[in-house]
Design a protein around this ligand. Structure first.
Ligand SMILES: *Cc1c(COP(=O)(O)O)cnc(C)c1O
Length: 368
């Protein structure tokens, strides 16, 4: 089978769940879905091995994946993932936001983790397949900021303990309805500056979206929570001076004079699609957006002097969340209580994603 030249329609075998949930049951779940704890009725699986390449693309009922205990992923963490959302518009149609970017980034992650690349058209078709069969799980339009969160991932499945790239892999997509991230109103997050740990070093896997990065961030996350903070902000590994990002979100700094600074993509931070979209939107508004090294001192001094008026973090899950406080071993600093630029950029992006604003960049892709 040659996935690149075959349309989704003929490429994916479909096995529907024997008993589908009723619209009422799904409706009840959608009333309060939380995040990442309820899953739809199906999943997509595609197998890969060195001899056959990608094969056996299928939509099957959501459920356990049988793997041998010797499967490579359990031992050497050869795993990558993506995070994206399906948004319902007023006319009932369902859309993804820049999915080709997720497909490209997935392949960049695959190259770094020595996993096979998946043709971007197959990546997008897989999402289309899943959202089509489980479209009843995409929250209705006008539900605020609800969506169907999509989690494509790939694991190394070869049954072997030898340390080398796996000769077998599995691509999977699951979906989970997601409520508004700030259900009880927008709440600025507090950040802990980790001195004990770093997230990524030059030459490491910081720019890849891999589970290992997250595993490595959990101890620092726990450290942050011990100090009363919601999340951790990581500094560069070499000098412990430059601000990189959070465990799963990129950072922006808004100045009183309209300048906006975000740490540059130096190879150690994850190239967020929200980040790059906001850079574009802010530039179109006339902001001088600088992607450069940004030190923790510049952050502290800028807030203290009043030059920095807003700080926010961004990523697909939360879209944009204002930063309210920065804390470190020996001190803390409140961010200004202004969120004007933050909130209006947030609104502009949400309006595009939910089809309420004009999609002047062609960022939307219709799934259903
Ligand atoms: C996924 C992720 C982001 C945000 O990327 P988006 O494409 O905007 O969702 C930022 N940082 C890390 C470490 C991530 O894993």
């Amino acid at each position: 089978m040659t996935p690149t030249t075959t349309s989704a329609q003929e490429f994916f075998a479909r096995t529907e769940a024997a008993e589908r949930r009723s619209a009422d049951e799904i409706g009840q779940i959608l009333e309060n879905p939380g995040f990442g704890s309820k899953f739809t009725e199906h999943m997509v699986l595609i197998d890969w091995d060195k001899d056959q390449g990608w094969h056996d693309a299928r939509v099957v009922p959501y459920g356990p994946i049988p793997l041998e205990p010797s499967a490579a992923v359990f031992h050497y963490a050869q795993e990558i993932f993506e995070g994206m959302k399906a948004y319902r518009h007023d006319d009932g149609s369902v859309w993804a936001f820049r999915p080709e970017r997720n497909a490209e980034r997935f392949n960049a992650s695959a190259r770094r983790l020595a996993l096979p690349e998946l043709p971007p058209s197959v990546f997008i078709d897989a999402i289309k397949e899943l959202v089509t069969i489980d479209q009843g799980w995409v929250p209705p339009a006008g539900s605020g900021e609800m969506s169907l969160y999509l989690r494509p991932f790939m694991i190394a499945t070869e049954e072997a303990l030898g340390v080398r790239p796996s000769n077998k892999a599995l691509f999977c997509v699951i979906a989970s309805p997601a409520g508004a991230y700030f259900a009880g109103g927008l709440k600025p997050v507090s950040l802990w500056v980790s001195e004990l740990y770093v997230r990524a070093a030059k030459g490491g896997t910081g720019a890849a979206k891999c589970g290992g990065n997250y595993a490595a961030s959990l101890a620092s996350q726990a450290e942050g929570i011990e100090h009363g903070c919601d999340q951790v902000v990581f500094l560069d590994a070499q000098e412990h001076t430059y601000v990189e990002e959070l465990g799963g979100m990129n950072l922006f700094f808004v100045y009183a004079d309209g300048r906006i600074v975000t740490p540059e993509l130096s190879g150690t931070i994850l190239p967020g699609i929200t980040r790059s979209s906001l850079v574009e939107l802010a530039r179109e508004r006339g902001h001088d957006v600088q992607e450069r090294q940004f030190s923790i001192d510049e952050w502290r001094d800028g807030v203290a002097s009043g030059e920095i008026t807003e700080v926010f973090a961004c990523g697909t899950a939360a879209v944009i969340s204002p930063v309210g406080r920065l804390a470190w071993n020996g001190g803390s600093l409140e961010m200004p209580d202004t969120h004007e630029v933050t909130m209006s950029l947030r609104q502009e992006l949400l309006d595009i994603q939910y089809g309420r604003g004009e999609d002047g960049h062609g960022w939307l892709y219709q799934l259903v």
